[in-house]
Write a new protein. Structure first.
Length: 320
């Protein structure tokens, strides 16, 4: 099983790599939805050697029950929907606003836990969520955007992307097998295959799946598949099983901070004071949420939480 410390480190590492992918995506000369499909499909053969190695070493009945396999495929479809709507939102409202809308997952992930399991969100989220969303908005440069020019379709696409992303995270977490030796590479391979096919279908529906012709674009796509799919989502899929959904959803706001830092180092782009303030709000909110979650977990373990009750056939009613 993944410990909270290891889960946190994996999530931070995954979000750091995810922050780097935004710079890579912006440099690829191809349709955004085609990029989304190919980054997933190209990751499948990369994962194949690790999948074969893994399947020889795990108990397939324990590590890959039907629930886990179906969950990986369903989560992959949700991720493909996320990518498709996300790229649509960027084209309609710009990357700054689209980034803010995508992070509706900060609200949706605890809400899914509450509706599906009775896991009541922490009271502190009423303050943490607005703080972190303001931080995301400042980091994304929303102050420089003319809000009067926003298109409703782009806003709705961004919200749909964030909701689909939350569904992906929730399904992966809930269908993980109860074993100390999960088949994480195999699950990721199924996720990438389903997500790539979903994004490819979306590309065909919206205008045709045009394969890039430039060798440079293919090299960038291969790098994106390795970094943005294999590394990032292995870290996220494994890491989130060791921490609460509140901690997961808050740590997943860190890519904007890492992307800003990489832009400053690699592209010599100086962050504005508002962006630095936004980064501070995101980091402070993530730390606050993690500390509050750990404190509540300790109280619950000690039996000091009067709200932690359970009934036969149901999960305990607790805060995440």
């Amino acid at each position: 099983m993944v410990t909270p410390l290891r889960g946190t480190l994996l999530l931070v590492g995954g979000t750091a790599a995810l922050g780097g992918t935004s710079l890579l995506i912006s440099s690829i000369a191809a349709d955004p939805i085609v990029i989304a499909a190919l980054r997933c499909l190209l990751a499948v053969p990369m994962l194949l050697p690790m999948i074969l190695w893994e399947l020889r070493r795990v108990d397939r009945r324990a590590s890959l029950p039907r629930r886990t396999v179906l969950g990986a495929l369903l989560a992959g479809l949700a991720l493909g929907v996320d990518y498709s709507f996300w790229n649509t939102s960027i084209g309609a409202v710009g990357p700054g606003i689209a980034t803010v809308l995508l992070n509706i997952q900060l609200v949706m992930l605890p809400l899914i836990a509450w509706l599906s399991e009775g896991t009541r969100p922490m009271r502190q989220l009423a303050l943490i969520i607005p703080l972190m969303l303001v931080g995301v908005a400042l980091t994304a440069g929303v102050l420089d955007v003319d809000l009067a020019q926003l298109r409703l379709g782009g806003v709705l696409a961004g919200l749909a992307a964030g909701t689909a992303y939350a569904i992906y995270l929730a399904v992966i977490r809930r269908t993980a097998p109860a074993t100390t030796r999960p088949a994480s590479f195999t699950v990721l391979g199924l996720v990438c295959l389903a997500a790539g096919l979903a994004a490819a279908m979306a590309s065909l529906v919206t205008g045709g799946f045009e394969i890039p012709a430039e060798p440079l674009a293919w090299g960038q796509l291969l790098a994106l598949a390795l970094l943005g799919q294999v590394v990032v989502f292995w870290c996220l899929n494994v890491g989130m099983t060791g921490v609460s959904e509140t901690t997961t959803s808050t740590l997943l706001l860190l890519p904007g901070v890492f992307a800003l830092a990489l832009s400053a180092v690699l592209l010599r782009e100086t962050p504005t004071p508002a962006q630095l303030l936004g980064c501070a709000a995101i980091i402070g909110g993530a730390w606050w949420a993690a500390q509050a979650s750990h404190r509540h977990a300790r109280r619950r373990a000690a039996g000091a939480d009067p709200d932690a009750t359970s009934a036969p056939g149901r999960h305990a009613r607790t805060e995440t």
